[in-house]
Design a protein around this ligand. Structure first.
Ligand SMILES: *[C@@H]1O[C@H](CO)[C@@H](O)[C@H](O)[C@H]1NC(C)=O
Ligand SMILES: *[C@@H]1O[C@H](CO)[C@@H](O)[C@H](O)[C@H]1NC(C)=O
Ligand SMILES: *[C@@H]1O[C@H](CO)[C@@H](O)[C@H](O)[C@H]1NC(C)=O
Ligand SMILES: *[C@@H]1O[C@H](CO)[C@@H](O)[C@H](O)[C@H]1NC(C)=O
Ligand SMILES: *[C@@H]1O[C@H](CO)[C@@H](O)[C@H](O)[C@H]1NC(C)=O
Ligand SMILES: *[C@@H]1O[C@H](CO)[C@@H](O)[C@H](O)[C@H]1NC(C)=O
Ligand SMILES: *[C@@H]1O[C@H](CO)[C@@H](O)[C@H](O)[C@H]1NC(C)=O
Ligand SMILES: *[C@@H]1O[C@H](CO)[C@@H](O)[C@H](O)[C@H]1NC(C)=O
Ligand SMILES: *[C@@H]1O[C@H](CO)[C@@H](O)[C@H](O)[C@H]1NC(C)=O
Ligand SMILES: *[C@@H]1O[C@H](CO)[C@@H](O)[C@H](O)[C@H]1NC(C)=O
Ligand SMILES: *[C@@H]1O[C@H](CO)[C@@H](O)[C@H](O)[C@H]1NC(C)=O
Ligand SMILES: *[C@@H]1O[C@H](CO)[C@@H](O)[C@H](O)[C@H]1NC(C)=O
Ligand SMILES: [Cu+2]
Length: 578
């Protein structure tokens, strides 16, 4: 097992005696570890809501096994494909500094791992601590191939908040009574919207509000008067979720593996791809008691959605108290209305970086490259002789600056690295809409999108500002946009059309939250900034999988810098081929 030295932290250098006590007698304290995992992708018959569905799982678990490591550790995950489907895994939110070959989106950074093949993802966790998630990144396989990434502080460091008594991952998912792959295949064929899920889940369990699910309820056993760290992960395919625990408030301390200024709230909102650490203080007066936790969607689109509620149980006491058989509705925590956009906007504004000496917010103060990108739905023509079930007989599509991104049949990163862009991709995605319109007003009468593999090139270390403008074409809707390979700072957001003359004056360049997934408010815009300090090809897409499937996706090429440690190394030998 390989190990390597960690650079000494400068604050420790002032304490040579302490450092020697720690590192001279317990050598592992001074070393980052290499963590080895094997992920076997297999079929498994899983039964929920009295429906047995053959799905893909990792190591026969749903959700899959957690990756646990400390900041600074190297992680090696050998993924072995035992199924007929092509598979890739993405380590969502991991910076992948100069390890773009390990990022995982199919046909972006790698060709898929085919039947019988294996690929070892190899990366280091740098400058991040908290919770992230891993998930399949091809078609809709992430419905059942996902799990937590738990990044603990370095061995000699502690949390910048009260040490929790215990920690527990809380993974939200979506369950379909049929194979999720058949759902998206059918939707892409007909051009209509996909069928919605049959249940939401907490750690794989729908909970007792659903038919035939009374035994499939997640239970968290707690002791009175203690602090618990809950690692919340929204791994649902297509739905933003509110979460709350009856009679308890939560303290948010971390978002997307970046610490935030702690704040209390009864309800948390998580978009798909977002993660958050929250502290739960249990009541010292409760000994024998049960409380419900619940999650259900925040929904703004015009389409149908799964309007159901998943519950779990917070359980005080050693013996099992029977769950009340009646009056359950009154015990479920109050959640905001399905469409409570005000709550979501206010919640999002409470998230602020710690921005202190130890965890500074390195917000770009000036900008080299500005992008104004519209995100939203549109339509594509129905192929000849077909009948389509999208709007007015068209097919649903989605786009960025009216370009619906077509995935190539080989991986973009390989094409870029080997200088074979021709016929694979172009670098012509417009930096602003070619035909400006009132993005949140009456939509234009032509809703057709164009279709190409159009990328944007960024010089190494450029300071980048992106304004994502939601459109109201086919209805305004919030879109959680996820950027691979970077965290960005969310410097502003608002409703209506972004005003380049007025809105930047209100940008927060001091302590904005640092994330990898940002919600574009429904009928509004969000602005973020980042330094393009990571060479490679980086996907950016809506994390509602249905919108990604319809083309709400793009990729950035970040060029190498001049120094050797600013260049993307060559691909590993076992990188899959197309
Ligand atoms: C799943 O169930 C089907 C039908 O009973 C069976 O044929 C198949 O072998 C099972 N698959 C697995 C992986 O257990
Ligand atoms: C992982 O990557 C590091 C850095 O490139 C390299 O030194 C190491 O050999 C790799 N490990 C494996 C098992 O490929
Ligand atoms: C739940 O478990 C009990 C005890 O094992 C069993 O009797 C009951 O049928 C189960 N209920 C469901 C809905 O599976
Ligand atoms: C616990 O009970 C005491 C006495 O009734 C009360 O003063 C206190 O507020 C309670 N604590 C909490 C956290 O509810
Ligand atoms: C909790 O409930 C169990 C079982 O009903 C009982 O034996 C125990 O005495 C109760 N404890 C308290 C502190 O009420
Ligand atoms: C969602 O379900 C709740 C009841 O659980 C109902 O009150 C509400 O009207 C539903 N909303 C929509 C948009 O279907
Ligand atoms: C939310 O939905 C309710 C009930 O359908 C509706 O009356 C209300 O206008 C909606 N609010 C917003 C902000 O869309
Ligand atoms: C569909 O057609 C109707 C009538 O021609 C029109 O009013 C509507 O805007 C069209 N919708 C879309 C999405 O094109
Ligand atoms: C874009 O083009 C590809 C390849 O021709 C096709 O499969 C896809 O359906 C098109 N998408 C849209 C939104 O037109
Ligand atoms: C866009 O349209 C909306 C709704 O009609 C209107 O309220 C708003 O003022 C318009 N915005 C601009 C910038 O024209
Ligand atoms: C489409 O919109 C343009 C500009 O608003 C308008 O001139 C034209 O008449 C519209 N066409 C239809 C078919 O509504
Ligand atoms: C798997 O990926 C390869 C390479 O892109 C492709 O040729 C093949 O058709 C795919 N197989 C399946 C089952 O999707
Ligand atoms: Cu979207």
């Amino acid at each position: 097992m390989a190990s390597f030295h960690l650079p000494l932290r400068s604050s420790m250098a002032a304490l040579p005696v302490v450092l020697c006590v720690l590192s001279c007698f317990l050598p592992e304290l001074a070393f980052a570890k290499t963590r080895h995992y094997t992920f076997n992708i297999r079929y498994q018959n899983v039964t929920r809501l009295c429906h047995t569905v053959k799905v893909l799982t990792v190591n026969r678990r749903l959700p899959g096994p957690p990756l646990v490591a400390r900041e600074g550790d190297r992680v090696l995950i050998k993924v072995i494909n035992h199924v007929a489907e092509n598979v890739t895994i993405h380590w969502h939110g991991v910076r992948q500094l100069r390890t773009g070959w390990a990022d995982g989106p199919a046909y972006v950074t790698q060709c898929p791992i085919q039947t019988g093949q294996a690929y070892t993802y190899n990366f280091t966790l740098k400058g991040q601590r908290g919770t992230l998630l891993w998930h399949a990144h091809i078609s809709w396989l992430r419905a059942t191939i996902h799990g937590p990434i738990i990044i603990l502080p370095r061995r000699n460091e502690s949390y910048p908040f009260e040490k929790p008594h215990r920690e527990a991952p809380i993974v939200f998912g979506e369950w379909f009574n049929v194979d999720p792959e058949s759902v998206i295949q059918q939707a892409l064929q007909t051009g209509g919207g996909p069928n919605v899920s049959d249940a939401y889940t907490i750690n794989g369990l729908p909970g007792l509000l659903y038919n035939c699910s009374s035994n499939d309820t997640f239970k968290l056993k707690v002791k009175p008067g203690k602090t618990y760290l809950l690692r919340l992960i929204n791994a649902a395919l297509n739905d933003e979720l509110f979460f709350s625990i009856a009679n308890h408030s939560l303290t948010v301390v971390d978002a997307d593996a970046s610490y935030v200024k702690p704040f209390q709230t009864d309800v948390v909102l998580l978009s798909p791809g977002q993660t958050s650490n929250v502290l739960l203080k249990t009541n010292p007066n409760f000994t024998n008691a049960t409380f419900f936790m619940a999650a259900r969607p925040y929904a703004t689109g015009q389409g149908t959605f799964d309007n159901s509620t998943t519950v779990g149980i917070l359980h005080y006491g050693h013996s099992s108290i029977p769950i009340p058989a009646t009056g359950i509705a009154s015990l479920i925590p109050k959640l905001p209305a399905i469409n409570d956009t005000n709550f979501v906007f206010n919640f999002s504004r409470k998230l602020r970086s710690l921005a202190n000496a130890k965890f500074p917010a390195k917000v770009p103060q000036t900008v080299d490259r500005k992008f104004f990108l519209t995100v939203g739905l549109g339509t594509a023509p129905c192929p000849n002789n077909a009948t389509c079930q999208g709007p007015n007989g068209t097919k649903f599509a989605a786009s960025i600056n009216n370009v619906s991104f077509a995935l190539p049949s080989t991986a973009l990163l390989q094409a870029y690295f080997s200088r074979r862009a021709n016929g694979v991709y172009r670098t012509d995605l417009p930096a602003r809409p070619i035909f400006p319109f009132n993005y949140t007003g009456t939509p234009p009468n032509n809703t057709f999108v164009s279709n190409s593999t159009s990328l944007v090139v960024l010089p190494f270390n450029a300071s980048v500002e992106v304004v994502l403008q939601g459109t109201s074409i086919l209805g305004a809707e919030s879109h959680p946009l996820h950027l691979h390979g970077f965290n960005f700072y969310i410097v502003g957001e608002g409703f209506g059309n972004f005003d380049p003359n007025k809105d930047p004056a209100n940008f927060n360049l001091v302590d904005p939250v640092e994330r990898n997934t940002a919600g574009v408010p429904t009928g509004g815009w969000v602005a973020f900034r980042f330094f393009a300090d990571n060479p490679g090809v980086w996907f950016m897409h809506c994390h509602l999988d249905v919108h990604t499937s319809w083309g709400l996706r793009m990729a950035w090429i970040v060029l190498d810098g001049p120094k050797p440690n600013q260049k993307l190394p060559p691909p590993p030998a076992d990188l899959p081929k197309c």
